[in-house]
Ligand binder design. Structure first.
Ligand code: CIZ
Length: 320
């Protein structure tokens, strides 16, 4: 870290960030997988779509997205007039990387009859190739809504198969819930996919009273053992609305911060200590400050891709 920022103590650093935030008319967004110190300075904390939607509604001129690349792109799609900063440009998403736009284009040629649904964890250029976008919170609803449309109305082209990009585990979860055949893209989140059935059995033995809550990006055999399967928002809501006192959590460990903050009387245990996303932990307070000072790294989406990906996002919002 350069000499502009390393002279600050943590308290001063936070004060300095808040001063620069005001100066830049900025809003700070933190994904729930971010380090606790980042969540604590954020104006909004939540999942990627919620954050981008909140930011789009503010009159801020700058959005500091503390998350990973595809999330900052989503903010750029929804707020083209604002400057979008990702304080660490190397913060990527290995799941999104598994579906490069060129490969998706090739696959589309092979599947002309398929409705293309891309998970929000994908590049803007992949969203632009898609008919619909979805999040883990609304994926089942989106597929149900598409299935209920007459074939001729499914994006006006009579498509009937569904190709889901890029997470095969989430595709499996949607197929089970909707009883629809889904063609999965062979991608997976390396963090969620790390969690094994054996890890879960071990955690359950250690905490027999605890409910097991897992993310649908986990393997099917892990999901089959869960008391609840849901998005980060779903997991947080489940805990708030449930009287149980103990939970085993099968998603990235950043979520423990909001869970503990909102539920001081409840106990949370990781399903596995391995569930830490390195990309999500690349952002720190120094980088947030530096980013506000120099207004870099900025994330932009070319206008043609932005318009097409906005269509897929808007279709999702109209559908649910
Ligand atoms: O949509 C998001 O932010 C992610 C990555 C997961 C979730 O379940 O919220």
């Amino acid at each position: 870290m350069d000499s502009t920022t390393n002279k600050f103590s943590k308290k001063n650093l936070v004060e300095e960030i808040l001063a620069w935030k005001k100066k830049r008319k900025a809003v700070i967004l933190a994904h729930v997988y971010q380090p606790a110190e980042i969540q604590d300075i954020a104006d909004f904390i939540g999942d990627s779509l919620f954050l981008s939607q909140q930011a789009a509604q503010t009159d801020a001129e700058v959005i500091v997205f503390c998350g990973v690349y595809f999330m900052a792109e989503t903010a750029a799609i929804l707020s083209p007039e604002k400057i979008i900063l990702l304080p660490e440009i190397k913060a990527g998403c290995p799941l999104a990387d598994m579906a490069p736009p060129e490969k998706v284009k090739e696959k589309l040629k092979e599947s002309p009859k398929a409705v293309i649904i891309s998970y929000v964890n994908s590049f803007a250029a992949v969203k632009a190739l898609s008919d619909y976008c979805c999040t883990s919170a609304n994926a089942v609803q989106v597929v149900q809504a598409i299935s209920n449309l007459p074939v001729r109305d499914r994006t006006q082209t009579g498509k009937k198969d569904i190709l889901f990009i890029p997470d095969k585990n989430l595709a499996n979860f949607i197929a089970q819930r909707t009883k629809r055949k889904i063609i999965p893209w062979p991608g997976f989140c390396p963090i969620h996919n790390l969690l094994t059935k054996e890890d879960v059995i071990k955690a359950k033995k250690l905490h027999p009273q605890a409910l097991l809550l897992v993310h649908p990006e986990c393997r099917p055999e892990v999901c089959n053992l869960a008391d609840y399967i849901g998005s980060t928002k779903g997991i947080i809501n489940f805990v708030s609305n449930n009287s149980a006192k103990k939970y085993i959590i099968g998603t990235e460990t950043g979520i423990f911060h909001p869970l503990k903050k909102s539920n001081p009387d409840k106990e949370f245990f990781p399903a596995s200590e391995k569930m830490i996303c390195r990309d999500m932990k690349l952002i720190d307070l120094e980088k947030v400050l530096r980013s506000l000072q120099i207004l870099e790294p900025q994330i932009t989406v070319p206008e043609d891709i932005r318009k097409k990906s906005l269509k897929a996002l808007s279709r999702m919002l109209e559908t649910i």
